[in-house]
Design a protein around this ligand. Structure first.
Ligand SMILES: [Cu+2]
Length: 170
């Protein structure tokens, strides 16, 4: 049902919101509610903002050339997540943003072209999915991941610049 558009900006916002959760939790504890242990409700409200825990993984050097790789964004539990194609990174609009995501089986990943960085595509190295080559802003390509695993993919024109990504399905 939820179709959250997880742009880079959203992630930055989510990070800020996460920090806010801790601050709010501290405030609640300090103020001392009068009605006992009902403090959990505030956290429920806060988690409506997409939050992404980030975990560093190596992937056997897969991201050695990828300057914008900043960890695996845990987006498990989302029905759909969006990855920018042509995000800022690797010397221009030559990045997937975020470069690495973790999702649940059954999740649909939507790659959306930003229009930056020229012609891109999305090619899974194992042959599970392959988009067309395009430079068109707003173009999308999607794939639903039903099986667990690590799916490494590249943009063929910019692979050598580090425009590669991975989808972890757990
Ligand atoms: Cu590219």
């Amino acid at each position: 049902m939820s179709d959250r558009r997880l742009s880079r900006r959203t992630f930055l916002h989510a990070t800020t919101a996460s920090a806010g959760i801790f601050l709010l939790a501290g405030c609640n504890g300090a103020s001392g509610g009068s009605d006992g242990d009902t403090g959990g409700e505030g956290e429920d409200d806060a988690t409506e903002t997409p939050t992404a825990d980030v975990e560093m993984r190596d992937f056997d050097g897969w991201f050695d050339r990828t300057q914008n790789y900043d960890g695996v964004y845990d987006l498990t539990g989302e029905s759909s997540v969006t990855i920018d194609v042509g995000a800022e990174g690797n010397g221009g609009g030559f990045a997937f943003g975020p470069a690495a995501v973790k999702i649940s089986p059954g999740t649909t990943v939507v790659w959306e072209w930003t229009g930056n960085g020229g012609t891109h595509n999305v090619l899974h190295r194992g042959g599970e999915f392959e988009s067309e080559l395009t430079a068109s802003e707003g173009a999308t390509f999607e794939h639903t991941f039903d099986e667990t695993g690590e799916y490494k993919y590249v943009c063929v024109p910019h692979e050598t610049l580090g425009m590669v990504g991975v989808v972890v399905v757990e």
